[in-house]
Structure formats: structure tokens, C-alpha cells
Design a protein around this ligand. Sequence first.
Ligand code: PLP
Length: 226
Amino acid sequence: MQFGIQKIISNHIDIEKRIQKACNQASRDRQDVELIAVSKRQELERVQTSLNNGLRVYGENQVQEALSRWLPIKPLYADLKLHLVGSLQSNKAADAVRLFDVIHTIDREKIAKTISSEMKKQNKRLECFIQINTGYEEQKSGIDPSQALAFADMCSHDYDIPILGFMCIPPVNEDASPHFGYLKKLASAAGLKCLSMGMSSDFEDAIRLGATHIRIGSAIFGERTR
Ligand SMILES: *Cc1c(COP(=O)(O)O)cnc(C)c1O
């Protein structure tokens, strides 16, 4: 158990160094890159260790799992921020708006509409990303790149959702860099400043290509246990 705790602390230090180095190489400020620790399917003890070690920004991909984990913890840390990085079902939208601070996965009009009305109902505005299917993968959620600008415009103007930027999950077994470059291009064309891209295996490339939010799970917490 002690080893596990040490390991998470040293992983975090190592990731911090690598983020800083990637920022230096890209002449970017460290503070312009937000580290989201993706705690999905990790044992609570590991998450608690990272909280004790000062991490405050977490990502989850399932509303139900996130609720049962974070509802008891959230009131204890005033500066805690929770990001939803997994795809969202309409029937979970109310819970998602209640729990999360940022949603990365607005990926269809129905969800935009539901999130918009929930935000009004709860009088809470969450910053959001639109997920873009940069690899045109049939089984993957996300907006078609060709529709990205029109969809972003609709979210902002018709649904009054605060859109920070675009998010992508590149196809597995492919070099992620072209996808990151493409996402950056799309975001600039849409006049959006933020890019949620880069995971444990490719966050340095993502930083080089302009990521403002990187989502790192296993490189901090170790392999997922479930
Ligand atoms: C699980 C997950 C991550 C973290 O993945 P790692 O490879 O463990 O860093 C990042 N983003 C999303 C959307 C995920 O579902």
C-alpha cells in the first residue's frame, strides 16, 4: 500500500516535469495547460492519495460512477474541479450539470439542447467542449469535422452554452499528432481558444500542438483496476 502511494506521488512529479519540459520546448506557459487527472475506474485510495498530494482537477467518464465517488468528497475541497470526459446520455444530464464543472463531450444537438435547459433550470453555467470525431470513425461519438463550425455556432447562439473549445480522442493505433493539428485548425477557424487533447501516451505532442487541457489517467494512477 505504501508503495502505491509513493508511486502515485512520483508519477505526478514525473508528469509535472514532462509537462513543463513540453511547454518549454513549445515556448508556452505552464499555466496555459491544465492537467486533468482522469480518475475513472481507479481505486478510491489512489484518488485520495492524489488529493492529499495537491491534485484538484479530475476527469471522469461516467456520470453514475462520478456521482457516487465525488458527491461525498466535493464539499471537502472548495477548489475541486470535475470534468466530464465521457459521453453523456440525456437522462443523466441533470446529474451531470449538478456535479460537474466542465463537460468535454457535447457531441450532438440533443445533448446540447438538454444541457442548455438543465443549466437554466439549475441556474448553473458549465463551460463546455464540443467533441470532434477527427478520425471520422463510425463507432466514435463526436461531431463531423465538416460540421464543427456550424455546430459550435449553434451551441453558442441557439443554446447559449459557454463553449470553450474542441476536444478529440484520436483513433487508437494511429499517430495522434495529425489529429491534434487538425483540431487546432478547426478551433482557430471557429474562433475558440481551448483544446482538450492529449492523454497518457501522447500529451507531449498535444502540448506542442496547442493543447490547453490534457487528460491523463494511467500515467498518474497506474493501470485501471476495473
Ligand atoms: C480514460 C480517458 C483518458 C485517460 O486515458 P489514459 O490513457 O489513462 O491517460 C483521457 N480522456 C478520455 C476521454 C478518457 O476516457
